[in-house]
Design a protein around this ligand. Structure first.
Ligand code: NAP
Ligand code: MG
Length: 406
């Protein structure tokens, strides 16, 4: 079999623990035999981040801006325990946070659907993609405990020193208060990423806030989305046969549960935090969630939504067989390779990406799966495989698919 050629390198961001082990298996068994893989490699594993004072993370994000497409392995976000475990110089920031800040992107998460892993919501037939605005609101707020009676005001001072005040509340006893913000720039980037991704994936876009109650804060989100849509996207949406739909957040929740899926649901920061966990759980398994960061200029970084699967890694280090599910990481690769193929007009690469996904899904639907799926499947005859055995089973199917179209 001749290997598929690539013209532009993919930015490859390696990671940590169990997913780093899966990463190598996926490349060796599922990619390198079929693709003449070109990547620009960045080691985002924690030891090398520490060695480079996290410069490697910044470099990888800048390379992503340059080339347009990246694929990322899950990485450790250090906490106090990790600082000790890895003898770190510093408690480095979350790589995802650093990359997101440089690309100014929005994260889109979607479940991978297979027969035998049924969503808890019976009407859901197609994936629901959640887009979470990852800046501001309650995540960057300042809070105060109010000890006793008194007045709380919002004060804005402009650069000329003039003040505008707004009463929050006159307390007659102890209480609490919170001040939060967002920026037009961040909301606009979020909106553009959502509109672009909807066009890219040919799916409707839903957006919802509580603008009836929050007449300035949430209403501004609604207005910015509408303005950008009317000016820049309405015609493109019409041509693509898709729709932009705004509603109230409580109405959206009710509609989502009754829907059959197949759209993007854009959420404010808090709504996205909560709803993405709900949607992921209801679709079956965190190990089946994909994630892609999309910048407002159309730069893409693909990854799995789950972490480094630390608990499995410690078992692996003891020499025990683990059954970690590689599917979301495989789909990160297929997503990135398909996008690379699309940008480079390389149909062979796009076709390979489709087949890699098909082979993964077929393997699970044939009853061969990892332990996490075996626990929840409705299929009658199931063979639980180790990560390695599972990847080899996918490789066999992929070889068939690739040979049969020649
Ligand atoms: P996690 O790696 O997502 O794993 C949590 C649990 O979910 C696992 O223990 C496992 O359950 C199950 N699970 C997740 N992915 C699985 C897979 N592919 N196959 C089978 N089971 C899977 O989260 P964590 O253990 O809380 O975090 C570990 C590290 O990941 C942390 O250092 C965190 O900073 C990092 N993290 C990174 C990212 C990222 O890079 N995008 C995201 C989240 C977390 P059982 O143990 O019950 O089998
Ligand atoms: Mg959450």
């Amino acid at each position: 079999m001749t290997k598929i050629a690539m013209t532009t390198p993919l930015v490859e961001m390696d990671g940590d623990e169990m997913t780093r082990i899966l990463w190598k298996m996926i490349k060796d068994e599922l990619i390198l035999p079929f693709v003449d893989l070109k990547t620009e490699y960045y080691d985002l594993g924690l030891p090398y981040r520490d060695e480079t004072n996290d410069q490697v993370t910044i470099d990888s994000a800048n390379a992503t801006k340059k080339y347009g497409v990246a694929v990322k392995c899950a990485t450790i976000t250090p906490n106090a325990a990790r600082v000790e475990e890895y003898h770190l110089k510093e408690m480095w920031k979350s790589p995802n946070g650093t990359i997101r800040a440089i690309l100014d992107g929005t994260v889109f998460r979607a479940p991978i659907l297979v027969k035998g892993i049924e969503p808890n919501v019976k009407s859901w037939k197609k994936p629901i993609t959640i887009a979470r605005h990852a800046y501001g609101d309650v995540y960057k707020s300042s809070e105060m405990k109010i000890p006793a009676a008194g007045k709380v005001e919002l004060v804005y001072t402009n650069e000329a020193g003039e003040e505008v005040r707004e009463l929050v509340h006159t307390f007659d006893g102890p209480g609490i208060v919170q001040g939060m913000h967002n920026t037009e720039k961040s909301i606009s980037s979020f909106a553009r990423s959502c509109f672009n991704y909807a066009l890219d994936t040919k799916q409707d876009l839903w957006f919802a806030t509580k603008d009836t109650i929050s007449k300035k804060y949430d209403h501004t989100f609604k207005d910015i989305f509408q303005e950008i849509y009317d000016k820049e996207y309405a015609d493109k949406f019409k041509d693509a046969g898709i729709e932009y739909f705004y509603t109230l957040i409580d109405d959206a929740v009710a509609r989502v549960i009754k829907s059959e899926g197949g759209y993007i649901w854009a959420c404010k920061n808090y709504d996205g935090d909560v709803m993405s966990d709900m949607v992921a759980t209801a679709f079956g398994s965190l190990a089946m969630m994909t994630s892609v960061l999309v910048s407002p200029e159309g730069v893409y970084e693909y990854e799995a939504a789950h972490g480094t699967v630390q608990r499995h890694y410690y078992k692996y280090l003891k020499g025990e067989k683990t059954s970690s599910n590689p599917i979301a990481t495989i789909f990160a690769w297929s997503g990135a390779l398909r996008k690379r193929g699309e940008l480079d007009h390389n149909p062979a690469l796009m076709e390979y990406a489709d087949k890699l996904e098909q082979a993964s899904i077929d393997t699970v639907e044939s009853g061969i799966m990892t332990g996490d799926l075996a626990r929840i499947t409705t299929l009658p005859d199931v063979k639980v495989e180790s990560s390695e055995g599972f990847i080899k089973a996918i490789a066999a199917r992929l070889t068939d698919l690739m040979e049969n179209t020649k």
